[in-house]
Design a protein around this ligand. Structure first.
Ligand code: FAD
Ligand code: NAP
Length: 465
C-alpha cells in the first residue's frame, strides 16, 4: 500500500473506518480532533472517495459538494490514511479488521434500494432512482444503464428530494446541465431525450410530502417547464395549515400557490410557452407496471385515502385504481443498507445495523455511523451530527476502559499484507488526487468542473500512473 507514515507509533490506538462518504469522514474528523494519539484508516470499496457526495448529490448543486474540502483536510491529516479499492466483506473480512484494529466504525451507507414489490417492476423502462442517479453521476456499476428516454411521459414514485432531483434532471434544459459535472454520456442522452412530462407520485397527501422547499422552488422555477397539478388534491389543505410547523407550512404554501393561484401575466406567458411539464400526483400507490411489447407502457395506481393527520397519517386503499400511460417508471421510494459481513449484526427488517448511540449491539469494538446506523434519510448535516455522536461514544468507551486500547495492534500493516496476498491493490489518497487532477483537466476542455472517469479500471490506471 505504501502510504504509512514514519511518525506513527505502534502503540497508538488504531481505528478503522469502513466507507468514505460523509459518515466515514465526519467520524474520522471528530476522532482525530479529539485525541492526539488515535490513528484512523479509512477503507473504501471504490478507488475514489466521498460516497454520495460524488455519486448522489445532483450535478447542478455544486455548492453542496464543498464538504469535499473538509474531507480532503481530514484525509491529509498526519494520523489518517485512505485505502480505496478495498471492498470490506469481500477483500478483507470484519474479523480480520477486528484483529488488526482496536475499533471499527461501519459507515458504508446504503447501497441498495427499497423495491416497490409490484408485478412488472423488472420490465425494461423501469429503473430505481438509485441506479438512475448513479448513471448520470458516473457510478461505475451504473454506466451501462443507458435508460430509454424515448417516451413522452415519465412517472416517478416517491416524493422525496431524490425524486425531485431526478425530475429536475429529466426536465432541465441541456444548457443548464452542460456546465456541471454530469457525465458526458448522460448529458448526450438527456439532450436527445423525448421526455416532456414528469409526474411525481406520492402515496399520501400534500401535507405529507417528503421534499423540502428549496428543491420544490427549483421545480417551480425550472425554465421551459410548467406545473400541472390536480386542484382536488389540495382540498382542505389550507385549513389544516395553521397547526403545521413552519418549514412544512412554507413548503405547503408554495405548493398551494403553484397549484391553485392564477399566476400574473408574465408567469402565464412563461407557462403557456413551456414545452415541458411536471406535476405532483397524491394519494396514489403503485400496484403494477403495465407492459406493452415487453416493456413498460404505463402504471396502475391504487387510489388511497388518508387515515389520521399530520406526519403520521396512513395511506389506506379505497379499492379504486387508475392507469397512467408512461414509458419510463422511476422508483424513488428510498435507498436501503445491505449487510456486508455475516459476523456483523444486521436488522434486516429495518435495514440498519442495530446499535445504541452508534455502539453496535452485542459486538464490542464495533461502531456504526451514517445511513447504515440511522436508515437512508437525512441530509449531509444530519449525517455529520450522527457521526460526531458515534465518535463521542467511541471516545467515551476508550476513556472508560470499555474499549481496551492497551494492547498493541498492527493496523494497516497486517491488512496491507493480507490484501497483497489476495492481489488487491489499494488506492491511496494521493492516487485519488491523480484521478481528481485528470478529471478536472478533462472537464476544463468542455467548461465543466470535472469530467468523471467512468470505470474502475480507468480509475486504477490513473491512480497508479
Ligand atoms: P454514503 O455517502 O453512501 O457513503 C458510504 C460509502 O461507503 C461509499 O463511498 C461506499 O462506496 C462505501 N462502501 C459501501 N460498501 C462498502 C464496503 N463493503 N467496503 C468499503 N466501503 C464501502 N444531502 C445534502 O445535504 N444535500 C444534497 O443535495 C443531497 N443530495 C442527495 C442526493 C441523493 C441522490 C442521495 C441519495 C442523497 C443525497 N443527500 C444530500 C444525502 C447525503 O448524501 C447523505 O446524508 C450522506 O451521503 C450519507 O452518508 P453515508 O456516509 O452514511 O453514506
Ligand atoms: P425520503 O425523503 O425518505 O422520501 C421517500 C419517498 O418515498 C417518500 O415520499 C415516501 O412516502 C415514499 N415511499 C417510501 N416507501 C414507499 C412505498 N412503499 N410506497 C410508496 N411510496 C413510498 O427519501 P429520498 O428521497 O430517497 O431521500 C433520502 C434523503 O436524502 C432525504 O433525507 C433527503 O432529504 C436527502 N436528500 C437531500 C437532497 C437535498 O438536500 N437537495 C437531495 C436528495 C436527497 P411516505 O412519506 O409516505 O413514506
Amino acid at each position: 500500500i505504501g502510504c504509512g507514515r514514519a511518525s506513527f507509533s505502534s502503540s497508538n490506538p488504531k481505528i478503522c473506518v469502513v466507507g468514505s462518504g460523509p459518515a466515514g469522514f465526519y467520524t474520522a474528523q471528530h476522532l482525530l480532533k479529539a485525541r492526539q494519539d488515535v490513528e484512523v484508516d479509512i477503507y473504501e470499496r471504490l478507488p475514489v472517495p466521498f460516497g454520495l457526495v460524488r455519486f448522489g448529490v445532483a450535478p447542478d448543486h455544486p455548492e453542496v459538494k464543498n464538504v469535499i474540502n473538509t474531507f480532503t483536510q481530514t484525509a491529509s491529516h498526519a494520523r489518517c490514511n485512505f485505502y480505496g479499492n478495498v471492498n470490506v466483506g469481500k477483500d478483507v473480512s470484519i474479523d480480520e479488521l477486528r484483529r488488526a484494529y482496536h475499533a471499527i466504525v461501519l459507515s458504508y451507507g446504503a447501497e441498495g434500494n427499497r423495491s416497490m414489490g409490484v408485478p412488472g417492476e423488472n420490465l425494461p423502462g423501469v429503473y430505481s432512482a438509485k441506479d438512475f442517479v448513479g448513471w448520470y453521476n458516473g457510478l461505475p456499476s451504473c454506466r451501462e444503464l443507458t435508460p430509454d428516454l424515448s417516451c413522452d411521459t415519465a412517472v416517478i414514485l416517491g416524493q422525496g428530494n431524490v425524486a425531485l432531483d431526478v425530475a429536475r434532471i429529466l426536465l432541465a434544459p441541456t444548457k443548464m446541465l452542460k456546465s456541471t459535472d454530469i457525465t458526458q454520456p448522460a448529458l448526450d442522452a438527456l439532450a436527445q431525450s423525448r421526455v416532456r412530462r414528469v409526474l411525481i407520485v406520492g402515496r399520501r397527501g400534500p401535507l405529507q410530502i417528503a421534499c423540502t422547499i428549496k428543491e420544490l422552488r427549483e421545480m417551480v422555477n425550472l425554465p421551459d417547464c410548467r406545473p400541472e397539478m390536480v386542484a382536488a388534491d389540495f382540498e382542505g389543505v389550507s385549513e389544516a395549515l395553521k397547526d403545521v410547523p413552519r418549514p412544512r407550512k412554507r413548503l405547503t404554501e408554495l405548493m398551494l400557490k403553484t397549484a391553485l393561484e392564477t399566476p400574473g401575466e408574465k408567469e402565464q406567458e412563461r407557462r403557456s410557452k413551456a414545452s415541458r411539464s411536471w406535476g405532483f400526483r397524491f394519494f396514489r400507490s403503485p400496484v403494477e407496471v403495465l407492459a406493452s411489447g415487453g416493456r413498460a407502457a404505463g402504471i396502475r395506481l391504487a387510489v388511497n385515502r388518508l387515515e389520521g393527520s399530520g406526519d403520521g397519517a396512513q395511506a389506506v386503499l379505497t379499492g379504486e385504481v387508475e392507469d397512467v400511460p408512461c414509458g419510463l417508471v422511476i422508483s424513488s421510494i428510498g435507498y436501503r443498507s445491505l449487510p456486508i459481513d455475516e459476523s456483523v449484526p444486521f436488522d434486516s427488517r429495518r435495514a440498519v445495523i442495530p446499535n445504541s448511540m452508534g455502539r453496535v449491539q452485542q459486538a464490542a469494538g464495533l461502531y456504526c455511523s451514517g445511513w447504515v446506523k440511522t436508515g437512508p434519510t437525512g441530509v449531509i448535516a444530519t449525517t455529520m451530527n450522527n457521526s460526531f455522536d458515534t465518535a463521542r461514544s467511541l471516545l467515551e468507551d476508550m476513556d472508560s476502559g470499555a474499549l481496551d486500547v492497551s494492547s498493541t495492534r498492527p493496523g494497516s500493516q497486517s491488512i496491507s499484507a493480507l490484501l497483497a496476498e489476495r492481489g488487491v491493490k489499494a488506492v491511496t489518497f494521493s492516487g485519488w488526487e491523480k484521478i481528481d487532477d485528470v478529471e478536472t483537466r478533462r472537464g476544463e476542455v468542455s467548461g465543466k468542473p470535472r469530467e468523471k472517469l467512468l470505470t474502475v479500471q480507468e480509475m486504477l490506471q490513473v491512480a497508479r500512473s
